[in-house]
Ligand binder design. Sequence first.
Ligand SMILES: Cc1ncc(COP(=O)(O)O)c(C=O)c1O
Length: 341
Amino acid sequence: MIIILQKKTLTKMTKDLKKMISAVPALEMSVLPTTVHRLDRLSELLGTDIHCKRDDLTGFAFGGNKVRKLDYLVKDALLKGADSLVTFGSNQSNWCRMTSVAGAVNELEVFLVLEGSRPDKPTANLLLDHMAGARVTHVESTTDDAVEKAARQLADDLAREGRKPYYMAVGGSNGRGSLGYVRAFLEVLEHEEKHQMRFDNIIVASGSAGTQAGLVAGKLLSGWPGKITGITVSRDRVTQANRILKIVQETLEILQVSVEESRIRQAIVTNDDYLGEGYRINTQECLEAIDIFIKKEGIFLDEVYTGKAAAGLIGLARAGTITPHERTLFFHTGGNVQLFE
Ligand SMILES: Cc1ncc(COP(=O)(O)O)c(C=O)c1O
């Protein structure tokens, strides 16, 4: 069944979106909805109206955005009769930490392929992977490709041994994982309706791209008029936009909705001005944003994702791109464990 989107009132679209997303099987590991609150002191500092969606407080395995994706992915794995999860990421991957714990609580063995040499003493996310009982292989390579290849090989080897591995893309960023962020977008719409207000902007960190893709799919499905800006943390804005497009298309396909590519592209806004020299390479603006969030709001951000996203928020407000009359929702996607590396 293909549904062509029609013009409907936002309230009606919220209801339709809820129905659509509720029809997809998912676990309930996340504690939802996450809180939204106004950042009063930051708003005063920047002279514009800023609110925060606290996805750092998703309530599972130190919180963060990945558990929303895992609610859909692990459910799919269980429905397909998998006995294990296979995925990959960096040595300090938040995604791999959450996968390790999601596997443990669902009695699925977790195999991680991590980029980087095995440290003498595991810390932060890597320590938590071990505590959750994940089987960890380290690959000393600087390219994503080699690590991904090793993970795919591992899944193939397990299948040959008669196991039933469920392979997951890095960051859980595929059409199914992104459903978690369609659901998050629905929470934003419900918050707006409950409080009779609208956000003009959403600002979010954009890495493996599934988080922004889910939000964009939510925008398209609801007809929400605001702008979603992904602050890229690992790629230039054009490459990132193409990646997001592909995932949005996969997500819409699962939901059996057809949207023209040009309309999807229009809804994808990526900004690489705060990336600096690349993934996991810190910037002055990121460190300043972390400092401001701690001292103004009592909120900790990480140096890889949310610090750069907050640098984008602050930079865009200072530049007047986000105007004093606009209302902006900053998605705090978690990642604080990184501070304990
Ligand atoms: C804390 C945190 N925020 C944001 C992101 C970016 O989300 P995505 O990879 O879906 O773009 C990640 C991804 O690893 C993350 O760990």
